[in-house]
Design a protein around this ligand. Sequence first.
Ligand SMILES: Nc1ncnc2c1ncn2[C@@H]1O[C@H](COP(=O)(O)OP(=O)(O)O)[C@@H](O)[C@H]1O
Ligand SMILES: [Mg+2]
Length: 363
Amino acid sequence: MNNDLIKIAQHFQLEGEIANVKPLGEGFINDTFLISTKGPSPRYILQRKNKKIFSPIPAMMDNIEKVCQHIKKKVVATGGDPMREAMTVIPSINGKLYFLDEQEEYWAVCLFIENTMAYEAAKTPELAYSGGKGIGRFQSLVSDLKEPLVNILPGFHDIRFRYGQWDKVLANDPVGRKAEVSAEIEWIESRKAEMLAFWALVENREIPTRVSHNDTKINNILFDKKGDVLCVIDLDTVLSSTVLNDFGDAMRTYTNTGLEDDENLENVSMDIQIFEAFTKGYLEETSWFLNSKEIEYLAFSARYITYEQVLRFLMDYIDGDRYYKIKSAAHNLARARAQYKLLQSMESQYGEMQQIVRKYIKL
Ligand SMILES: Nc1ncnc2c1ncn2[C@@H]1O[C@H](COP(=O)(O)OP(=O)(O)O)[C@@H](O)[C@H]1O
Ligand SMILES: [Mg+2]
């Protein structure tokens, strides 16, 4: 295997001679490896890209390269280090941004950024603040990237698209589960109007389309040894959409005091201190470019994304568990109920969430 990996790595424009290629981290989506070289040459990250989730991979790599080049220009203009404060995609020896092997697997390489820190979870206000800064800084750096990106995840966070799927699944009721979840179905139906009203603002561009990251986990942010944000990595999901999706999804995951599939609903609620800390960090970086509609709907985006997740888990349960991997027969239902508890917690604290947004907007 290692020999095969070395052969793959040799298809890229690397400095120095390859010493070894070793697996790095757990890799839920992509398989990630670290390429070490002999002597003083840099180390690199080699990834097999998941073509089941992202397609087409060449378009995805074009998106990543556009974003990296744009950020590098910005970093240079402000006197920063473009090799540390942005990802560097390493082309293949054929000048492509990827290498396609004989098994039709796509591989890509980027420079390994040395001397960084990463965090697996953001369970304290201090880390949530750093996470908000990281995502905010990223969005700010690409806020003036005018070239459109290819939409590699069509329908992503588009509730109108989801309702299309939802109506079909309910009409088919393929495994006869619909009757048993009529109360849960009502959770979705009763909120349709407010969710569509929000999405209509995105569709009519009152809430503009910008570059969003779409995988805002804190382990996708690299920090320097002082704990300051260096750069955001894992750019596979960058696309043109509303940046509120990033904020909302970060708040869905960061603020949950329980698990995404917690069976004990008592555990699940939105931690308003985490919400406040992330929002503070985020708005310190973004308030200069967000328009008044984006600010008005910032807190709402947490409800929107959490609601969408309730819908998706419930829909998959009714559909016979075809999309999400499950650990037990009712796993998707448990997930939907836990996310609904989180949604209710957000709804009951919505006034405070809006006050927090107003507090950190620089007028
Ligand atoms: N350019 C890089 N420099 C330093 N570390 C990196 C770099 N790219 C990835 N990593 C490390 O590898 C991990 C996995 O990479 P990532 O691109 O996030 O893959 P995945 O899609 O599996 O999450 C990251 O969380 C980070 O710790
Ligand atoms: Mg990642």
